[in-house]
Design a protein around this ligand. Structure first.
Ligand code: IVH
Length: 718
């Protein structure tokens, strides 16, 4: 008997779960047809039967009620209510390039990585960068089953019901399409539709929307497909995720195939081989930009051949085979009303200009970063002048503000003619505005120059540093605790009630227990309802086990970003091994210190900063308390478990002939090996090419297996 005909009373839990999943998708599909597009496919009676079956199963198995269940779908609702979708392949972002030289560098780097002379033999596609929201559309057996937003790149939100209302997106693929297809592209709102919508809002006396992108995003991330349908969103296909079979061998062909399957593809895309031709196309698209009915913010270049894309591979967040060439930022004039100082997690004092609100490229700007004391004076990071001396930034000045994409707006220059007599030079504070500790500019040991950043020396006594630390801890790429945003962290941090306060990260995990023992109930406090409190505690509990790299990143060690945290997690495997090694490395010499420095991608400054972190008793105490509450999971074994070099440490030395050094490294890492920069006892293989010197000697001395490039290739299977 097929599961969908088994009477509810005799369904097993497993079958019920599968049924609820099926019903949720099925009902969403019919909802969308009914609300949005053309003709319904089934009668009202059949539709009601589906809903009743869903309700009956949920009544029998209340623990299985899905967040995206039709029973939970009631009109518009706040964000965070969509079911999560783990992408079969991560959705990455693109590196940005801004100038012609950057583009030349990108193209050269592709040739260099592949070990070829830059002879214009490699073709690139050049396609407009649509300013919308990226979307992954999954088809199984040629039927659309899930539409998911990008989210953090790994996990997105299931917005299938809303996507089904977009007329331009096919719900079925032709018979020759593979069984599993994930088409990726951009959902956007046409400028003309946006203007019409705003005209209508105005006529109704309602507030206008800010820009097409945000409006498109808002239209998708709400629960009523009718609203999405009324917004007339559109789509361009330009990429893909999982494919059970590849229908083409180049980027260009892939997109053409999508076009044949019924997806809109962008007509301004071209396939070009020389940097000159690429730049010419970029300028042509730039000239065309005002006449297009959709916003674009640059041109994306991609290596056309997919086999070359595969060889080039990825950096941590973006492909090596593509880049986004952004259009110049937009600028506007306004005045500086005040200069405030913000104190960051590491104590850095950042001056922020409060501006008379001004629209720059469609977005209202009220703040701009002034970076540091030198920037205000017109001096750049390298110590050189970036503006004439009298062009220092003062309160009351008229300034040129620039905004590029999502980057924080900047103050570019001062209009001297408009400076008033009472505007005196800005005096950068000598003490922290939050804790009053001395603020200093450290001397860079290597260059002997003053660091451009002024830092509060208050450390743990500085409330600003402490609260920023917690914000970092819960942020998206660290602990990612939903329901603990900036506002909530400020509230818990400021509270003096023992049942509410969060002063250090471990306090987050004792909050629930403290609440249970106390009479102050969070749910009675404005801004926290019963449901949101329950969800918050669930979100916190869900993080009691966490990936080691996130744990390390969350510690907020200076200079340890996400990439470094991943390297550390992979190299040491477990938190205990990592912490022990950092204690052992404390004297900054010896085996443990050398090992830390031999990790490719970790330099001396970073290594020293990590070791210093583990020397500070206050840090150790906080980590200790944290470990009483949470468990960092051991780093996952490399995914490629059948690779002969998974988990092995390899060092490349001498000149390689079959690969460039970068490609050899990327290949090895792709197979789960660690690539180190120097030989130690932990090295498994030294791959030595002609001209190998001291590393080869060292390997022989400590008994590391030495092989030629060909032997290495044979080992990894060519
Ligand atoms: S390719 C792995 N092509 O830009 C590469 N992205 O900054 C995946 N975007 O998240 C992206 N137009 O939302 C690609 N023609 C285009 C694009 C495009 C717009 C967006 C996309 C992506 C972001 C990256």
């Amino acid at each position: 008997m097929a599961v969908d005909t088994i009477p509810v009373e005799i369904l097993s839990e497993e079958q019920a779960k599968a049924e609820l999943q099926r019903l949720s998708a099925e009902i969403a599909h019919h909802d969308a047809l009914y609300h949005g597009k053309d003709e319904p496919e089934i009668s009202d009676a059949d539709y009601d039967a589906l809903k009743r079956r869903n309700d009956a199963i949920e009544a029998q198995f209340p623990q299985l009620v899905r967040t995206d269940s039709p029973s939970q779908r009631v009109g518009a609702a706040p964000a965070g209510i969509f079911a999560q979708v783990v992408h079969a392949r991560p959705m990455l972002s693109l590196d940005n390039t801004f100038s012609d030289e950057d583009v030349q560098d990108f193209v050269s780097s592709v040739y260099r990585f592949l070990g070829q002379l830059p002879d214009s033999s490699i073709a690139f596609t050049a396609e407009p960068k649509i300013d919308g929201l990226s979307m992954s559309l999954r088809y199984e057996n040629r039927r659309l089953v899930t539409a998911a937003t990008r989210g953090d790149g790994t996990t997105g939100e299931n917005v299938t019901a809303n996507i089904l209302t977009i007329k331009e997106i096919p719900t079925e693929l032709p018979a020759d399409a593979p069984d599993v297809v994930e088409v990726r592209g951009e959902v956007y709102m046409a400028k003309s539709d946006f203007l019409a919508l705003n005209a209508q809002m105005e006529a109704e006396g309602k507030q206008a929307y800010v820009n097409p992108r945000n409006t498109a995003s808002g239209s998708l991330r709400q629960l009523d497909p009718k609203v999405t349908a009324s917004r007339n969103l559109r789509f361009f296909a330009y990429a893909w995720g999982e494919m059970s079979r590849m229908p083409a061998e180049t980027q260009w062909e892939m997109v053409q195939v999508f076009g044949r399957w019924g997806f809109p593809i962008n007509p301004l895309t071209e396939r070009l081989s020389s940097v000159e031709a690429i730049l010419e196309h970029y300028r042509a698209i730039g000239l065309n930009r005002p006449d297009l009915d959709y916003d674009i913010d640059g041109v994306v270049y991609k290596v056309d051949r997919l086999d070359l894309q595969a060889r080039l591979g990825f950096r941590s967040r973006s492909p090596r085979w593509a880049t986004a060439h952004k259009f110049p930022a937009e600028q506007a004039f306004t005045t500086v009303e005040a200069i405030d100082i913000q104190v960051g997690r590491t104590g850095a004092l950042t001056p922020v200009a409060r501006l008379t609100p001004i629209t720059v490229g469609g977005v209202v700007v009220t703040n701009a970063t002034l970076h540091n004391e030198d920037y205000i004076k017109g001096i750049g990071n390298s110590g050189d002048r970036i503006r004439p001396e009298e062009h220092d930034i003062r309160i009351g000045d008229t300034v040129i503000v620039q905004r590029a994409g999502d980057v924080i707006p900047q103050v570019l220059d001062v209009v001297l003619e408009k400076r008033t007599a009472d505007a005196g030079p800005y005096l950068f504070p000598k003490t922290c505005p939050v804790c009053d500790s001395h603020a200093v500019r450290e001397k860079n040991e290597k260059t002997g120059k003053l660091d451009s950043v002024t830092r509060c020396t208050g450390g743990f006594v500085c409330r600003a540093q402490a609260v920023e630390h917690i914000k970092h801890f819960v942020s998206r790429n660290a602990y990612d605790i939903e329901g603990l945003g900036t506002k909530q962290v400020d509230f818990f941090f400021e509270s003096d009630d023992p049942a509410l306060m969060i002063r250090t990260a471990p306090d987050i995990f004792t909050l629930k227990a403290r609440q249970e023992r106390s009479l102050t109930k969070l749910e009675n406090i404005e801004g926290f309802g019963r449901v949101s409190v329950r969800k918050l505690f669930e979100a916190i509990d869900a993080r009691r086990e966490i990936a080691l790299n996130r744990f390390i990143f969350a510690l907020g060690i200076r200079h340890v970003g996400e990439t470094t945290a991943k390297l550390l997690a992979r190299s040491y495997g477990s938190y205990a091994a990592f912490a022990d090694a950092m204690q052992a490395a404390a004297p900054k010499f010896g085996e443990a210190w050398n090992e830390l420095n031999s990790i490719e991608g970790i330099g001396e400054v970073v290594a020293a900063s990590i070791v210093e972190f583990f020397k500070e008793p206050r840090n150790l105490e906080v980590v200790e308390r944290l470990l009483g509450e949470v468990r960092p999971l051991d780093a996952e074994a490399p995914v490629v478990s059948d690779s002969p070099v998974a988990g092995k440490t390899v060092v490349f030395t001498g000149s390689l002939e079959r690969f460039t050094r970068d490609e050899a490294k990327a290949r090895a890492e792709g197979l789960g090996a660690k690539v180190a920069g120097s030989v130690s006892k932990k090295t498994d293989y030294l791959v030595a090419g002609p001209g190998a010197g001291s590393k080869l000697d060292k390997a022989r001395e400590v008994g590391v297996q030495v092989m030629t490039e060909d032997e290495w290739l044979a080992l990894i299977g060519g």
